[in-house]
Design a protein around this ligand. Sequence first.
Ligand code: MRU
Length: 365
Amino acid sequence: MIRSEQGWRDDMTTWTVDQGGAWWENGRLALIDQTRLPETFLVLYPDSLEEVADAIRQLKVRGAPAIGIAAAYGLVVALDEAAPSAAAEAWAVLEQAADTLRATRPTAVNLAWAVDRVLGRARATAPEDPAAIRGAVLAEATAIALEDRELCRRMGQFGVEALGEARRILTHCNAGALATGGFGTATAPLYALHAAGEPLWVLADETRPLLQGARLTAWELHRAGIPVHLIVDGASGVAMAKGLVEAVIVGADRIATNGDTANKVGTFNLALAAARHGIPFFVAAPHSTFDPNMATGSAIPIEERSSTEITDWRGHRLAPEGVGALNFAFDVTPHDLITAFITDRGVLRPPYTESIPAMLGAVTA
Ligand code: MRU
């Protein structure tokens, strides 16, 4: 693993917000180490399959589209590491790498979607030697990364339309640039409105236990000049009751064809609070986050992570010794609590059993 540490002043990095959290740079996969933000801006260049897989497991790269991009390029990293001498050997390396990458995190469907798409398209071009196979894999991974930037831009446009006059926006976790290959999903309309000179105010849930809202969303929005205040996760109800929230926008990790949506734990509670206050609740996600094989949310696998993420903070025990914790990393928001989906193909409204399959049927990528 090669590291490029720029410790840390904002003007010391050339990272731009449309660059996303993972990209290909001079023949290498580059990842922002999101566990180190906001204190340190560290770019990682993993040069083995295990390093890519570990970066995904440890949330150094995180967010559904970004882990899809990292996994897609991770297949190239696996080939470069193994240096196969024959085509059959190269395919075997890829199959094993695909299994390893798919198993790193279970909830975000973008991961398996990206891996399957790269392998499927690479096989379809019928390359005959390891160099040609690598070329085909890299070409498809690059297509996914570049497309994601465009999908974010389109979600921004459609999101502006969906938001209407709402300018006081609550968001959860980080569905921002760091989590994608571009401007983010939930943040894309925010960047678009800000660029248009619209006065915005964002409330960001801190997002226990790993503080993606406090560390990452606050970092990227503040850096872009968008006014942002943090609230603790449990404060969304009072913020809504005080009239501080005109709309909620969150991202998603997997969306069933009936609209049930898995996203960072706490999203379901937020949707309930929004419904109680009559506040529109939007989910912004590209087509790659919709799972055509999942009819309802009940079968979506919910990642459970180490209890120490809750009981400890960076090596310091917070909870009494001997007390356990249940660390569900995601929850499923029932479709009837979702006002609309902001996708790269347009704004989807209920009934989702009609609008989602219609949108997916139109997807050719
Ligand atoms: O555990 P994380 O930080 O990967 O969870 C991320 C989320 O829940 C995001 O909202 C989701 O992946 C969408 S990112 C555009």
